[in-house]
Design a binder for this molecule. Sequence first.
Ligand code: B12
Length: 211
Amino acid sequence: MDFEKLAQAMGDLDEDTVVEMLEAVMEDGGSEADKAMEACQKGMELVGNLFEEGEYFVGDLIYAGELMTQAVEILTPALVGSDSSGPKTKMILCTVKDDLHDIGKNIVRAMLEAAGFDVVDLGIDVEPEKVVEVAKEQNIKIVALSGVLTLALDSMKDTVDAIRKAGLDCKIIIGGAPVSEEACAAMGADEWAHSPQKTINVCKAWAAELA
Ligand code: B12
């Protein structure tokens, strides 16, 4: 499979080629689904660059979002695997306030669920107070915050502050393109990740500590 071609087709928003190539990837059960997902994300970067250069407009971003969602739906069965033995640990996942991007969050949710977590997905543009309210009500000890915009770092910090101020004993992981070790340290989160796999490893270790 020519993954460069897939990334380019994604960047060109060429739905027919993308779907045809992804279906070909899934023919053997999806042994190369992770590489296909990487190529699709690379394609989204191309879209982002063209948007910055003024070649693409918001309508193209919306269409890119729909195409990426379709790609994720095709690939997810092969990506998630399943390891849902044992009791399920409940956790919160959401995209933080002022950020409407949810494709990455949805991938992380599918993978956490397949890894055996009971994920309370609060959706997008979620106020810090909502996270605190649900964590209190449902006695949740693990919170994962997603954000794609640079601005999301401020909302993440507000959410971490609100959780700490409420005195909740929660472990917090932040994820998405703008997060980094420095951002994590600066806002007082417990961990950060770009890849869903790291999130799963970290949350599993926390769940074991809590058990
Ligand atoms: C599709 C898209 C949209 C769609 C989103 C649809 C949807 N349902 O999500 C729509 C049209 C809504 C949109 C809107 C906007 N967008 Co937009 N969008 C994109 C685009 C092209 C792709 C995003 C995407 O889905 N990527 C694929 C997913 C799979 O990747 P991901 O989100 O990074 O997630 C992965 C990891 O980050 C990680 N991850 C994600 N979440 C979490 C959480 C945890 C806990 C962990 C551990 C890991 C993790 O795992 C995922 C899988 O590997 C990006 C370009 C890019 N390079 O990403 C721009 C981009 C993010 N958008 C951008 C902008 C500017 C906007 C707008 C402001 C445009 C406008 N003028 O209106 C608005 C903002 C709206 C808002 N308030 O949020 C900029 C952000 C710039 C910045 N640094 O802040 C980007 C980078 C484009 C660019 N280069 O300019 N957008």
